[in-house]
Ligand binder design. Structure first.
Ligand code: MSP
Length: 525
């Protein structure tokens, strides 16, 4: 095990709005960040993983009113739901920030005060149109050609009010230059180009206050108690405020969805940090959307809309089939940065891939070791040449797999690993140990033992490699082959070895059971 002596690798997800229940989009983002951080830990890099809840703002205040509870009570209920989901998804976050926590409020106010003192925040009168739904001012250029407001803004009202503004425009040229000089700051690359384009047009200063009479559910401005802080200024600061106890700022990766890249994460946040004299995060990774029938999966739309035949939501399927199947499904079916369609049928295909290729191979190997070798993994007796060939195949798969994972191409990494698993399946079919078992020839006996030792080792390696994506299954497989429960998953265990020789195995376990109720789903490969 190698613990690198350096600042902890610090990774965050977006903090979810506390105004609705979690859905596939939220779940995916957490699994993605969790997979990245587990790969890091596997390399021996000590890490800090933050996720959390965005609790202030108009929508939460309105929701609470509708529910007849206080905004804080409403947030507490939602926090329970989201934290429960993290547990179910086996998310290894080290911290969970809620923006109503004192540790956060204190830092938001400190940053505001600092910017106010340095002249980066000023007060001005503002007359304009305000979208209640989006909680932002809108401009004439945002109107539809017929003069109406696009539906996404909901009710738009004209207001005049005094507010506080943050000097974004002043830092625009700095940001553009920073982005030009730091390729790779935003992943995928084409999005960084979009931001640079966006910054070629003048940007306006950002209104960072809301008068209390309109919105009370927020963090009070330290220099004017008649106002609360605009929710994005508050929310973005979470990454920094939560890092302070650990001293792990700057973040290495902010994992977010593409909808909140421009302007919040790619423009407001870097400028806020720069104006405060703080370091910028190393990278912003913007993933795409999960779509259902072409529309973004969101809390307002369920798969049961449009009078469609009732389909299970991804979260329901996760509960039925188990979390590892779900994690495998989202990582295998989404190319990070692009959109992907969620469909129950695709979920079933993933389930079958796991059951047929991996689960089946594990079961067959365990059963044969039990039947022919007294339940103890045999040692390699013959076929050194074959062993070095297998070693080579593994080394190739390993290099591909980890190389692709490093560049966030998890779907392709998993495909590579599947080529290896498929190779193991082919190998055992060709070898047919069940036939060798019938032979009286001692050479055949040696071949039988060797083939089972090879299969077991191949499966152990695949399991260790899969641990960041499917942590429970990886551990289960290793345990079935007789390794201690906390069989560790460090990169050092990824070399072809004889570590399993002499270990007692457990047979008969079903790794990917299919719930009875869904047996009727059509088979498709
Ligand atoms: N509260 C803000 C983020 C503040 S971060 C300082 C927010 N919350 S959200 O609940 O609407 O979204 C949380 C995350 O889930 C975002 O990164 C968003 O992109 C992601 N997703 C929400 N729906 C999604 C899909 N359908 N697909 C994939 N991810 C999407 O925005």
């Amino acid at each position: 095990m190698r613990i690198v002596d350096m600042k902890e690798f610090y990774i965050t997800t977006a903090i979810d709005y506390a105004n609705g229940a979690p859905h596939l989009g939220h779940a995916y983002e957490k699994v993605l960040a969790d997979t990245i951080v587990r790969f890091k830990r596997m390399e021996g890099i000590s890490s800090h993983f933050l996720t959390g809840l965005d609790e202030h703002g108009q929508k939460v205040q309105q929701n609470a009113q509708k529910m007849g509870v206080s905004p804080q009570e409403c947030c507490d209920q939602v926090a329970e739901l989201f934290q429960g989901l993290c547990k179910e998804l086996n998310i290894s976050n080290d911290d969970y920030i809620r923006t109503t926590q004192p540790r956060h409020i204190k830092i938001v106010q400190e940053l505001l005060q600092k910017l106010y003192d340095s002249g980066d925040i000023y007060k001005a009168d503002y007359n304009g149109y305000y979208s209640v739904r989006q909680e932002q001012f809108v401009q004439d250029k945002d109107r539809n050609p017929d003069g109406t407001w696009p539906e996404l803004f909901g009710e738009v009202i004209e207001i005049t009010e005094s507010n506080y503004f943050f000097r974004l425009a002043k830092h625009q040229d700095w940001l553009r230059q920073y982005l030009e000089e730091h390729p790779g700051f935003i992943y995928p690359e084409h999005r960084q180009k979009n931001v640079i384009e966006f910054l070629k047009e003048p940007i306006s200063d950002l209104c960072i206050s809301r008068p209390k009479e309109r919105l009370s559910w927020g963090i009070e401005l330290p220099f004017d108690t008649n106002f609360v802080t605009y929710v994005w200024f508050d929310a973005l600061t979470n990454y920094y405020s939560a890092s302070l106890e650990k001293g792990c700022w700057p973040a290495d990766i902010h994992v977010i969805g593409k909808d909140i890249l421009v302007p919040p994460h790619a423009v407001y946040w870097p400028i806020m940090l720069h104006a405060c004299g703080l370091e910028l995060p190393k990278m912003i990774l913007a993933h795409g959307w999960w779509l259902s029938r072409g529309a973004k999966v969101s809390k307002t739309k369920t798969a049961a809309d449009d009078n469609a035949p009732k389909e299970k939501t991804a979260i329901e399927l996760m509960r039925e089939y188990g979390v590892d199947v779900f994690r495998y499904y989202v990582m295998r079916n989404m190319s990070v940065g692009e959109d992907s369609d969620y469909a129950e049928e695709l979920f079933m295909i993933s389930q079958r891939q796991l059951a047929n290729d991996l689960g089946n191979m594990v079961n067959r190997t365990l059963n044969m070791i039990t039947k022919y070798c007294g339940g103890v993994v045999p040692s390699v007796v013959v076929e050194e040449e074959l062993e070095s060939k297998l070693k080579e195949t593994w080394e190739h798969a390993k290099t591909q797999y980890f190389g692709l994972a490093k560049t966030f191409q998890f779907n392709m990494a998993l495909q590579e690993l599947w080529v290896f698993v498929a190779g193991l399946n082919r190998y055992i079919n060709d070898r047919a140990p069940w036939k060798l078992a019938k032979s009286e020839d001692v050479k055949d006996r040696a071949r039988l033992e060797t083939s089972l030792a090879f299969s077991a080792e191949g499966l152990r390696l695949a399991a260790v490699a899969l641990a960041p994506v499917m942590p429970t299954i990886a551990e289960k497989i290793q345990t079935l082959f007789g390794l201690p429960v906390a069989a560790n998953v460090f990169a050092g265990n990824l070399d072809w070895s004889a570590v399993l020789a002499g270990k007692s195995v457990a047979a008969g376990a079903k790794l990917f059971p299919r719930p009875e109720t869904v047996d009727s789903v059509p088979q498709k490969k």
